[in-house]
Design a protein around this ligand. Structure first.
Ligand code: CIR
Length: 254
């Protein structure tokens, strides 16, 4: 179960955030409303939410999930894989030191964004993508092993991050779409398939027996609800315009 979450209010500079989505510029006012709603939903799921101040210097800094991997035993500060985001990790260490005594850090030539890392109990699947390389993933696995956990690599061809297309919902249930449906590594899970036309909804999040899913993906919602989950829809259209999903907007702590 999660107890806390860390989020960061988006700054107006989000309008110049990185994107491949071709959905137009985000509307800042709408993004603020959606972000506030996201926080409310996390609170509804029983989490105490720490809200970091916006940081205009980093247009993508609202996507806090990428800056650290949080496990039950340690926090691992990542090394973001794109120059415009590389400074985002600097202040997170202070924030995490309130909750963790064991804080590790990925170093060059490694790059890792935690959107590429999916937790399944004490095992972590790490996507090798344009943002996470083998050196970075290898360092993460070493740290995990140091604290009695484990990790394996999953090579990605198309997705921005591993969790762009896959989400673990506990009880062996895995939501997946696109290239991740057929990965050998995932064939022992009960796969809940998300169709290509709703692939954005594959980035959903299990939070204390509820599943947060983006608003506007009815087939995905039925698929997840049919597996026995209570779903909560959250509107995140403005973050989607920057390739960001629901999971990217928070760091969840035990
Ligand atoms: C980026 O390209 O870095 C941001 N615009 C979106 C990051 C989304 N994060 C995630 O999927 N974990």
């Amino acid at each position: 179960m999660f107890k806390r979450a860390i989020v960061r209010t988006p700054g107006e500079s989000m309008l110049s955030g990185l994107t491949t989505a071709k959905l137009g510029l985000p509307n800042y006012e709408k993004a603020l409303v959606q972000h506030a709603e996201y926080i409310k939903v996390l609170e509804e799921c029983g989490l105490k939410v720490s809200i970091l101040e916006k940081n205009e210097q980093y247009p993508d800094s609202t996507f806090v999930e990428d800056v650290a991997l949080l496990t039950k035993e340690c926090a691992i500060i990542t090394k973001l894989g794109t120059p415009s985001r590389s400074g985002e990790t600097v202040e997170i260490k202070n924030e995490l030191s309130d909750y963790y005594t064991n804080i590790e850090k990925v170093r060059e030539p490694g790059i890792v964004e935690a959107g590429d890392i999916m937790m399944v109990g004490s095992h972590f699947y790490i996507g090798i993508s344009a943002r996470t390389n083998e050196s970075g993933a290898g360092q993460v696995i070493e740290y995990l092993e140091k604290y009695g956990m484990s990790g394996t690599l999953v090579k990605l061809d198309k997705m921005l991050h591993l969790k762009t297309g896959v989400a673990y919902l506990e009880q062996n249930n895995l939501v997946a779409t696109g290239e991740l449906l057929t990965k050998e590594e995932f064939q022992n899970f009960n796969i809940l398939k998300i169709d290509d036309d709703e692939s954005y909804a594959a980035n959903c999040v299990w939070v204390n027996d509820r599943v947060l899913i983006p608003k506007g993906y009815p087939k995905a919602r039925v698929t997840i609800a049919s597996a026995g989950y209570s779903t909560i829809e959250v509107e995140v259209s403005e973050f989607r315009k920057l390739d960001g999903g629901l999971s990217c907007l928070s760091l969840r702590l035990f």
